[in-house]
Design a protein. Structure first.
Ligand SMILES: [Zn+2]
Length: 261
């Protein structure tokens, strides 16, 4: 399973066009219980989503926005992962950074995180554009769907790269200059630091997933995820060799070439 931080969408990494999440005045989780409310919606494929807003001006409108995003997000996740994932989706929208810290162990620069209890949105997510929120919802919903096949020490290039593959829209090849910068599998520490380095690491993981899906097909990317991030996973080079039947060095060279466009 993913830890809260490893499952998080990091604004700097996933939404290059999004402003940073501004800090929200702190409040204790117990300060707004009287306005907390749960909304249940039925999704087109028969799943149910239970969205719990922890009350107040920020979380209430978010329930409506998330409800509108979920049907297409479910379709995107199932389109890649298949239908075998939990039938009930639990979403919590926090009203304060303190609530988010307590429920998701999330830091203020994170928009959302997926925990054992569901997908938890930070209050700052309310300030995101619809486009950015759409990415976050799909990214987190993939984490939610894949939790059962994802171990705690799964490499983040796999978990975050594939979540971004599901969440982010396609883009034109980055070109020769960026390809040189991007064509490197990020280490977990790269994805856990703050600032521009983390954004670059997310881009690297995302482009690698995109390349695998484009060259070998989405089902091979799924198979690589299961091998690299699932129970008893080997090191990345072994997971790549077993899944793609190629040496990781060769794969990285071909990836760099593909990104030059
Ligand atoms: Zn994530």
């Amino acid at each position: 399973m993913c830890g809260a931080l490893t499952a998080a969408v990091l604004l700097s990494g996933c939404q290059a066009d999004s402003p940073p999440v501004p800090p929200t005045p702190s409040a204790t989780p117990s300060s707004t219980p009287s306005t907390a409310a749960t909304t249940s919606i039925s999704l087109p494929d028969g799943r149910t989503a239970r969205l719990r807003g922890l009350g107040g001006a920020r979380s209430t409108p978010m329930i409506g926005r998330l409800s509108a995003e979920l049907p297409a997000a479910v379709a995107a996740v199932t389109g890649f992962w298949g239908p075998d994932w939990p039938r009930e989706i639990v979403v919590v929208v926090t009203e304060s950074t303190e609530q988010f810290r307590v429920l998701a162990h999330g830091s203020p620069d994170i928009a959302a995180a997926t925990t054992a209890d569901g997908i938890v949105f930070a209050p700052g997510a309310a300030d995101m554009s619809d486009t950015a929120l759409r990415i976050v919802v799909r990214h987190e919903l993939f984490h939610y769907a894949a939790r059962g096949q994802t171990v705690a020490d799964a490499p983040l290039w796999g978990t975050e790269g594939v979540a971004d593959y599901v969440g982010r829209p396609a883009a034109a090849a980055p070109g020769p200059e960026r390809a040189e910068l991007l064509a490197r599998l990020p280490e977990d520490t790269d994805l856990q630091t703050t600032g521009a380095a983390r954004s670059l690491a997310y881009d690297r993981a995302w482009w690698f997933s995109r390349y695998i899906a484009d060259r070998y097909g989405p089902q091979t990317l799924r198979a690589l995820y299961l091998r690299a991030c699932g129970p008893g996973h080997p090191d990345p080079a072994t997971a790549v060799r077993e899944t793609l039947h190629e040496d990781i060095g060769d794969v990285l060279v071909q990836w760099r070439r593909w990104m030059t466009g």
